[in-house]
Every structure is written in C-alpha cells, then in structure tokens.
Design a protein around this ligand. Structure first.
Ligand SMILES: Cc1cc2nc3c(=O)[nH]c(=O)nc-3n(C[C@H](O)[C@H](O)[C@H](O)COP(=O)(O)O)c2cc1C
Length: 497
C-alpha cells in the first residue's frame, strides 16, 4: 500500500511511493488511537510543514487512508461533545464532476470531503462552525502526516447545492469542503505568517485599553500605531471610499495639482524616470494613495506611515511599488523620508487624528521633505461644515459612534476631530510656508450621501432631512459658499525656492 517517504527539509513528505508501515484497514475500535499502523510523524514537523496543496496527482487515494484522515477529524473537540458532523468523502468521478460544476475549486483533487454540521446548532456562538473547523484542521494535519495534501474550500458554489449533490439531509448544513489527494508539487515554503508579537497580546489588547473616544487627545501615539496596524492588516484595507468622497478628491486634484495626469515619456536613450516624486503621509489603508496614484500617473509615489507593516502594505498599493518611510518614529530599519526630495508631499484627512502638538510637528516635517519650490497638499474636514450633522446621523440607532476617517469610512480606525480652517492655516504658516491655493467642496451633503445616511430612518424624518439638504444645496451655489463652508477642504502651500 502506498505511503509517504520521509519529510524533506521543510517537513513536507514527498509524494508517497509505498509504505509498508501504513495499515489503517483495521476497524475503528473507538480508542484514542489511529485505526491501524500509521507512519511515525513528529508533531511539530507536521504542524509547521503542512501547506495548502492545490494541485494533485490523479492517483486514487486508498480508502483506509481516507478513513484514517476522517478518523483524525472526528477526534477534534466539538461543542458539548455533540459531534453533529457528518462527512461525505466523494471519490466517484461522476459526483466530483457535479461538484466541479458548482465550483472549480472542487475540480482539483481526486477526493472532496464534504463537511457538514447540525443546522442551526448554536449558531449564535458559531459553535457549529467552530466544531467543524476543528475537525477540518485535524484532517488537514493527519493527511499531511500520511503524505497527502489538502486544501480548505469555502467557495463551494453554494452550501445547499453541495448538500443536495451528495444527498446530505436538510438538518445538516455544509460548512466547508476539504480537497484531498497526493500532492503534484511540493511547495518548499508556504505563505508567511504575521509575526507573533504583532498578533498576540497578554492580558489586554496592546497592554492597555483602546480608547473608544474620537478625540485625538485621548489616544497615546503608540496605541494609535498598534491599533491602526491591527485594523489595516486585519481587513480595513478592503474598504472602499464613498463615491462622493472620491468626487471631492478628483475635483480638488484638478483644481490644485492639474499637472501629472499623464505619464511623461523619458527622453530617447534615457533610463531616468521622468516622473515627479510624491510622498503621501499617513495613508493608513492606502486606499486614497492608490486612487491618487492612478489619477496622477506623472508622479512616483512613496509613503510615510507609523508602522513599517502598514507603510509596506501601502507602498505596495501603488505601481511601481513605492518606498516605505517612517513617521513619527524612524529607526535604522525603518527610516524617515529623505529631506528636500519631493515635488509633492500630501496628507489626506489624517491631521484630524493627531494631537495638536503632533499636527504641528508633522506639518514641519512635511515641509522638510518637500523640494524647494515643491508643494505641500493638505486635505482636511472642516469643523465649520455640516460634518457634525452626518456624524449624528451615522450614530443614530446605536450605530457606530464618533470615530471615522473620511475617505475610509470604517468607523473603527482611530480618533477623528474635524479642524478649524484658521488652525490649519496657522499650522502651514507656522512651518514657514505660504498658501498659494485653496479648494473647498460639498457645502451641503450630496444626494447620494444623504440617501445613504438616512437609509434606516423613518420615511418622514428622511424626507425632512433630504428637504433641508436640497435647500442647503441651493445655498451651495452662492459665490464662495463651497470654498468657505465646504466639508472637504484642500490647500496647497509652496516651499520657497
Ligand atoms: C476557512 C478557510 C477557508 C479557505 N478557503 C479557501 C478556498 O476557498 N480556496 C483556497 O484555495 N484556499 C482556501 N483556504 C486556504 C488558505 O488560503 C490557506 O490556508 C492560507 O493561504 C495559508 O496557506 P497554507 O495553508 O499553505 O499555510 C482556506 C483556509 C481556511 C482556513
């Protein structure tokens, strides 16, 4: 009977060619033991050596091995030890063909193990999913110890269709599918894991409570760094800015940085990049940086962020990949941006999250990073606008309160306090710069924002608000109204030559 050869230096066994030691043909005697004789395996090698395998040999997997894999699965813990799982190992090419039609993910392996659990069992605590997941992970590890490969499939093309395809009863819900077979290729190294110290905490997240306050004064800068790193790396980067926010950004760029829409061609024979250099400061999710880099292809973009992981992530969102720099705490590995290097240094809606003294420090640094004759571009939300009203609407009905970065509408990214235009002017002048241009936009909520903010309101209150907004939009047409009362404020300051 085929079995695995010894693991390679990565702990991954070669495709098995035969192992006299494997004999799981014995019936399950219910003891806490493998079903028969299994190859010796070092627990840590198996744990760290398992990789998701997505390409398989067409070879059939022997039934005793499939049984052994599933046997390892059912020794997983389950909520209340109810063991409400039912597994269907699909080896029949015809049934696998039906599954493959539902999702191409199930077209790769000779065996697809359908994992189901009691429908509606303890859904409120996801105990059904947790129990089935423990079983799946056990199976993945056991398969690896037996020289087999697996990958975990959630994109099944519809849990109900999969259930019907294999005849599972209605009271079972399909949680996932585990593809199983002999690996075609042996991956040498798997995807990296985030370092332990970034994802683990003792006794309290980040060692102390995260403020729930939107006031920057309540946030220690290092806590903000930890918090944003976790938020960005754990999924905030998938957020999309709202359409009306993107529109404001586009209009402001056209008004204030009209150059650089097209990518310039290098002179014949020159290898030098003819593009200008742009540094975006505190991009956080990098969503805006990515957008601006597409709108201004005539520039190459670098970023400066609080943590190296976030900076690297944002630098990877622009093409070609930018350089990742540090602010406010540079180190040997994570340096400050170069001085006097950039044609444009921008900061989009991030001064609002800083303490007053840090705002001044950041604007002073940004000024140093700009070339003589270069531009500083600052975007902020004005406290003299309707911003406060939308915040109230957003917080209605127990919705998320307070904390929101504009152009990254997740409510849990950190503190945010709109700024007084006079204070921003003071900051820029304090750094020795002269403001050369301003642009304000959206003195009244655009219709689609209002529609969005009032979507859960009674139709009467929604109507009243939409009426007020329509009147406000008429006011917006008055000369100067948008520039003075606009929610989004942009300014450009030049560094003297
Ligand atoms: C809940 C869950 C769902 C997954 N769904 C899929 C999937 O639908 N397709 C796929 O190719 N891999 C899927 N995977 C595999 C992951 O992409 C893989 O585990 C991850 O990239 C880490 O790689 P490694 O397993 O080689 O260590 C899933 C993993 C888990 C835990």
């Amino acid at each position: 009977m085929p079995g695995p050869s010894p693991p390679d230096e990565n702990g991954i066994p070669d495709a098995p060619s035969g192992s006299p030691t494997f004999d799981a043909s014995a019936a399950d005697d219910g003891t806490h033991r493998p079903m028969g004789t299994v190859p010796a395996a070092d627990f840590w090698d198996v744990l760290y050596g398992r990789r998701s395998i997505r390409k398989f040999l067409p070879d059939e997997v022997e039934r005793p091995k499939i049984d052994q894999v599933m046997h390892a699965g059912i020794w997983a813990p389950s909520s209340c030890n109810y063991q409400m799982w039912d597994l269907v190992a699909v080896t029949d090419p015809e049934v696998n063909g039906t599954l493959a039609k539902l999702s191409t993910q199930m077209a790769n392996a000779p065996v697809n193990i359908i994992v189901s659990y009691g429908r509606e069992f303890s859904e409120e605590a996801w105990a059904n999913i947790q129990s089935a997941s423990a079983l799946i992970q056990n199976m993945g590890l056991a398969a690896h110890a037996l020289g087999l490969g697996t990958f975990w499939i959630t994109q099944t093309g519809g849990a109900e269709r999969v259930r019907e395809a294999v005849g599972l009863p209605y009271d079972r819900v399909v949680i996932a599918v585990l593809a199983l077979g002999y690996p075609k290729v042996q991956p040498k190294r798997g995807p990296k894991r985030r370092p332990l110290d970034q994802v683990t905490h003792y006794n309290h997240y980040a060692g102390r409570p995260i403020p729930s306050s939107p006031s920057p004064a309540d946030w220690e800068p290092d806590l903000l760094t930890t918090y944003q790193r976790a938020r960005v790396l754990n999924g905030l980067r998938h957020n999309k800015p709202r359409a009306w926010e993107v529109r404001a950004l586009e209009e402001a760029l056209d008004a204030l940085v009209p150059d650089g829409k097209e990518r310039p061609q290098p002179p014949e024979g020159s290898t030098e990049d003819p593009r200008g250099r742009w540094l975006d400061v505190l991009p956080c999710t990098g969503i805006v940086t990515a957008k601006v880099s597409l709108l201004r292809k005539g520039f190459r973009f670098d970023v400066a962020e609080r943590s190296q992981e976030v900076a690297e992530f944002c630098a990877g969102r622009v093409s070609p990949r930018g350089a990742a720099f540090a602010w406010p705490e540079p180190s040997i590995e994570f340096e400050a941006p170069p001085e006097g290097h950039y044609d444009v240094v921008s900061c989009f809606f991030r001064l609002e999250g800083l303490r007053e003294s840090d705002r001044a420090a950041l604007v002073a640094e940004m000024t140093r990073w700009v070339k003589p004759g270069g531009r500083l571009l600052i975007a902020y939300v004005s406290s003299r606008s309707y911003h406060g009203l939308t915040e109230k609407l957003r917080a209605r009905r127990g919705g998320p309160k307070g904390v929101e970065y504009v152009l990254s509408p997740d409510p849990n990214i950190g503190p945010f306090a709109p700024l007084r235009p006079g204070d921003v002017t003071g900051l820029v002048k304090g750094a020795g710069l002269e403001i050369t241009d301003r642009f304000g936009s959206q003195a009244a909520p655009p219709p689609e924002e209002l529609e969005f903010r009032t979507r859960n309101m009674s139709s009467a209150s929604g109507k009243v608000l939409r009426g007020i907004a329509a009147a406000a939009r008429a006011f917006e047409k008055l000369p100067g109204a948008t520039s003075r009362r606009g929610r989004f404020q942009f300014l450009v300051a030049r560094r003297p030559k």
